[in-house]
Design a protein around this ligand. Structure first.
Ligand SMILES: Nc1nc2c(ncn2[C@@H]2O[C@H](COP(=O)(O)OP(=O)(O)OP(=O)(O)O)[C@@H](O)[C@H]2O)c(=O)[nH]1
Ligand SMILES: [Ca+2]
Length: 476
């Protein structure tokens, strides 16, 4: 064997390179092409160790992402939809959440929460129940845009109607609800007929209390440190707070969250929402005009002078704040003589003594923002702002607030008086009371004070389904 030719000879390749200068001379370059390839097992071993290192690194990376950066694999997300069918409109709220050690984790940032409001509300379809399917179908499409196709049939959708529907005959409510059920059954979401319903005023108030205290971080803590809610909606107003007073049955319920029990007073004053109350006061003015013998004009102190009503006759707008405050107080005190409880603040409905701090939401917030009120002394400031606004000519107000929708502008005189006659003259908050603030969001993350979020929180927490289809119970 030639020297240097070991067992596995290296094959030598000689490649000629021709030099231009001397075409005849040829130089050879030696390249070696190794012949003895490494044996297959070594190659497999290298590949195997390469893959195991890669998989370990990938695992460590995912672990790091989940542990330190809050990243979640898409498969871990769960979804839920609540449609709030209110008197002035229906809103779809779409939630994304996940479980950590078996408990649901909520986040209402824009990645995990979206909502869409469509008007008018379901109660507008009393004469044409079938028409209700259009807005519900549109809300369903919006929700489907936020939920991965593969998750639809595991994601629950609920339609919860409030005061606007409560004002209708039960038979008409049922007709409209049945139309919505038809849409929800074929939506692709997980749905059961009883999940489309008119919820009780108690539940509506309680859910608002839940989201407020969740946002404030007091849910799951000391009941005495929770915050109450006073909500002025379109057709109803809710008062909800923790009370350790003895409360007559039907006015309180004990709910638990985070292992803590809360005895909640909650009442929804139907017909006392802002829009409904203003309409009913106007109707009673019209009736007194129709019944009056003199040919005097009946004046409406809650609407600025010069305002022309749609299909209302024999009543003249004559804005006067103090007179409007008396008219609204009279409505809030109607039936008080029939109070059979130790204390009734509004009508003949029991209300316990106010306890703790309160947030005043919906129209309390909208009207306070419109007048640009500060948190401090907002109630006494409301009186000043209302006196000035009610006393102005309607044409001047339209010039002064050209960008404000007239359907809201024509309600601020009434609202500024109604807020005081409800919160101060009836419920008993002092005009400089620091216990109550107006708000539409709460907490460091600015979570919106929408009762639908409370319904989602309570329902998802109460019986977090394991997606094995175990039925959930909505607190009712
Ligand atoms: N001034 C003003 N009012 C608003 C605005 N948006 C909504 N509102 C009023 O706020 C009230 C809405 O409160 P919601 O609770 O949403 O009322 P709703 O759910 O339609 O009615 P309910 O069935 O009684 O709850 C209605 O009286 C609306 O007219 C706004 O931008 N400005
Ligand atoms: Ca509402």
């Amino acid at each position: 064997m030639k020297p240097g030719m070991e067992e596995n000879p290296l094959k030598v390749q000689m490649l000629p390179v021709h030099h231009k200068s001397s075409p005849t001379s040829t130089t050879y370059i030696f390249t070696t092409k190794s012949e003895s390839k490494p044996t297959k097992p070594i190659l497999l071993l290298i590949l195997a160790s390469f893959f195991s290192i890669a998989i370990t690194l990938a695992f460590l990376f995912v672990l790091y992402m989940i542990t330190f950066s809050g990243w979640k694999p898409r498969s871990s997300f769960r979804y839920s939809v609540v449609i709030d069918a209110g008197s002035s409109g229906s809103r779809a709220h779409v939630f994304r959440y996940w479980l950590e050690s078996g408990k649901p984790v909520f986040d209402f940032g824009e990645e995990n929460y979206a909502s869409l409001k469509l008007s008018p509300g379901l109660s507008s379809y009393a004469d044409n129940p079938q028409g209700a399917s259009v807005s519900v179908a549109e809300l369903v499409e919006f929700a489907k845009g936020r939920v991965p196709k593969g998750k639809l049939k595991k994601s629950e959708i609920r339609l919860m109607a409030t005061a606007g529907m409560r004002l209708l005959d039960v038979s008409v409510q049922e007709e409209i609800l049945e139309v919505t059920r038809g849409v929800l059954r074929s939506s692709g979401f997980k749905f059961q007929d009883e999940w489309a319903s008119v919820i009780s005023g108690f539940d509506e108030g309680m859910y608002a209390w839940v989201v407020a205290n969740y946002a404030l971080g007091s849910l799951g803590g000391d009941p005495l440190h929770t915050t109450g809610i006073v909500e002025l909606g379109g057709a109803s107003a809710q008062v909800t707070f923790f009370s350790n007073e003895v409360v007559p049955p039907g006015f309180s319920r004990t709910i638990s969250y985070g292992g803590v029990s809360y005895k909640i007073y909650s009442h929804s004053f139907l017909h006392y929402g802002q829009d409904e109350a203003q309409e009913e006061i106007l109707k009673s003015l019209q009736n007194s005009a129709a019944n009056s013998t003199e040919d005097g004009i009946i004046t409406d102190p809650c609407t600025p002078k010069g305002y022309i009503y749609d299909n209302v006759n024999s009543v003249q707008a004559a804005g006067n704040y103090s007179a409007c405050r008396s008219v609204t107080l009279a409505k809030l005190q109607e039936g008080k003589e029939n109070c059979v409880y130790p204390h009734c603040s509004i009508g003949s409905t029991f209300t316990p003594a106010l306890q703790g701090k309160f947030l005043a939401t919906e129209n309390f917030y909208h009207t306070s923002k419109f007048f640009g009120l500060d948190e401090k002394d907002w109630l006494s400031e409301m009186i000043k702002a209302g006196k000035s606004f009610c006393g102005e000519e309607w044409s001047k107000l339209k010039e002064k607030y050209p960008t404000t929708k007239e359907k809201y502008l024509d309600g601020y005189c009434f609202s500024s008086a109604y807020i005081i006659s409800m919160l101060h003259d009836s419920l008993g908050f002092a005009l400089d009371d620091e216990r109550i603030e107006f708000a539409n969001k709460a907490g460091e993350k600015g979570i919106s004070l929408d009762w639908a979020l409370g319904a989602f929180i309570l329902n998802t927490d109460t019986t977090t389904s394991d997606y094995s289809g175990r039925s959930r119970k909505m607190l009712g």
